[in-house]
Ligand binder design. Structure first.
Ligand SMILES: [Zn+2]
Length: 198
């Protein structure tokens, strides 16, 4: 994992946005920093070692990019297009995603734990070894995706479809599910038990 520095503001326990020394709350001009990161995401094919905890991005496309070992924890993403992205060890824990696209992504070892996913499309993707524990997902699609070894434990999932997915070794233990479809998927190979299995 890359080095993450703490925010320089006295007593602040948050992490510093890459290249600034301060967290988003203690930056002098957070809008300018957000703009800079947004430009970096749009202009580069590969983004690595970026820490942008608490960033808020709306109405943009970073489709087809490679995002490696980066951190967007607690961020807010509105209508952001991640389609066709390749993600490795990317942290989106506790983020809020509204109407975002993750179609045809190739995602490994990435973390969405504790995130809120509203109207997001993860279809036709390789989403393996990813952590969706304790997410609140509503109106999402994972159709046609390989979710091998990903986990949704303790999640609250509603109006969401997992049609024609590979669910081998996927954990759905302790989930609350309302209007969730697993049609044409190998759900018998997923784990739905009520207590975590070691
Ligand atoms: Zn701070």
């Amino acid at each position: 994992m890359f080095e993450i520095e703490g925010c320089k503001h006295d007593g602040c326990l948050l992490t510093a946005v890459t290249g600034t020394g301060y967290c988003f709350y203690h930056l002098e001009n957070p809008a300018e920093v957000t703009e800079g990161i947004s430009r970096r995401l749009k202009e580069n094919e590969t983004i690595k070692n970026l820490n942008a905890e608490y960033i808020e991005l709306s109405d943009m496309s970073i489709a087809g990019k490679n995002l490696y070992v980066s951190r967007f924890s607690h961020g807010v993403f509105n209508r952001v297009d991640f389609s066709g992205c390749s993600l490795r060890i990317v942290f989106f824990d506790f983020c809020v995603f509204r109407d975002c696209l993750f179609k045809n992504t190739d995602m490994k070892y990435s973390v969405f734990a504790g995130a809120t996913l509203n109207g997001c499309d993860f279809s036709s993707s390789d989403t393996v070894h990813c952590n969706f524990n304790r997410v609140t997902a509503k109106g999402c699609s994972f159709n046609g995706s390989d979710l091998y070894f990903s986990t949704f434990a303790y999640s609250d999932i509603s109006d969401t479809t997992f049609v024609d997915c590979n669910l081998k070794k996927v954990r759905f233990n302790n989930t609350k599910r309302i209007e969730v479809s697993f049609k044409y998927s190998n759900y018998e190979e997923a784990f739905f038990g009520e207590s975590p299995r070691l």
